[in-house]
Design a protein around this ligand. Sequence first.
Ligand code: TRP
Length: 451
Amino acid sequence: MKTDKRATLGGKLSAVLVAAGSSVGLGNIWRFPYVAGENGGGSFLLVYALCVLLLGLPILLAEFAVGRAAHRNTVGAYRTLAPAWRFLGYNGVVTALLIMGFYFVVSGWTLEYTVHSLTGELGRYATAEAYASAFDAFIRDPWRPAVYTVLFVLLTHGIIAWGVQKGIERSAKVLMPLLFLVLVVLAVRSLLMPGSAEGLRFLFAPDFSKITARTLLVAMGQAFFSLSIGMGCMVTYASYFNSDTNLRHTALHVTVLDTLVALLAGIVIFPAVFSSGIAPTSGPSLVFVTLPGIFNSLPLSMVWSTGFFLLLVIATLTSTISLHEVATAYFHEEWHLSRKAAAWTTTLLVGTIGILASLSVGVLNGWRIAGLNLFDALDALTANILMPLGGLCTSLFVGWRLDRRTFDEQLTNRGKLRFRIRSVLIFLLRYLCPLVLLAIFLDNLGVFKGL
Ligand code: TRP
């Protein structure tokens, strides 16, 4: 079929880079700090680390194995490996479209902040409160955030249309390490602020009494979101890996890099939060309010803030590309549309949801779904329900249903590599991941309330 015509990625480094490009994004720099801030800081970090290690890493590997074994988009992959599991592929495509619905809105904010840095507007305010109200006024504006959302969708579309190899591979290569460097500089600056010790304590000292079932659910959702797992994104990407890519090393490197970036973001944000008296629980605005304050305290603040937001835009772009690719590869291969038509189908769908989600923060805020505006509803539905559900089914599929020989072939590159952790991995995928995910779900639905 289509397999022979499909693009494959270059060397070993490319696989790590594109997969890390997908996972490192707003999830690490925007979502992680505010979610950790809302859920107890150090205790959240501890639960988060356990989720990444025991649930995230095995499921990431499982998705890699499925993707490279099938060499197809996520629906096609499950359809060819086991037709009854097709639903898992569809769950992924729907989840991708819903995530993009709100992700592009925040992407648009980062684009607007880049422009505001350049024009000097971002350096104009003196206090954290002033930054908070400026941010609030901006995201409620009926026009500007929606325009930036659409711009970001089109930017992503452009790269997707350019093609997998050229577009995705190249854009990930140079700029990710640069982002890392700037984060380190900002972390040092933040640590030198008065009161930074309190911020570090908040981020690193666990308070076990604060760990609740809710912490577990949110940490799991964040781990899935940050690693780009539970919805076929890594299945799609691994379908472009070549046969020499070491899946275990790739998964390990991606997980470590992704977690390091989130930690660094925390080390940048929390000292600044405590030093400027902002509440760590202030939600999605947290990063957009604290960062300008840090930049203002630096010499050449405009250079730093423009540089940072530009790099954030690029890190975000490598993530939006991966989300867009899930749906585009599906429309292209399953509906037999040309790649161009498939990309436009995705772009029009997410552009529409994105505009609505953007407006739902402001003028359409009264329009509620289960008590939440559209933006928050899309985030909650995907991170708390659809991705963990996808992860649950993925671990069940690879643990119980996928032919063991296929699995071994993928993890050993047809016998070329040794596979020492095989039994641990299979145990995690067969028992631990499904049971933990199921327990968290049932608890979330209130099943254990009476006990
Ligand atoms: N992981 C990315 C981030 O942290 C977002 C992302 C890209 C994603 N692809 C995904 C999230 C697939 C969930 C599923 O910003």
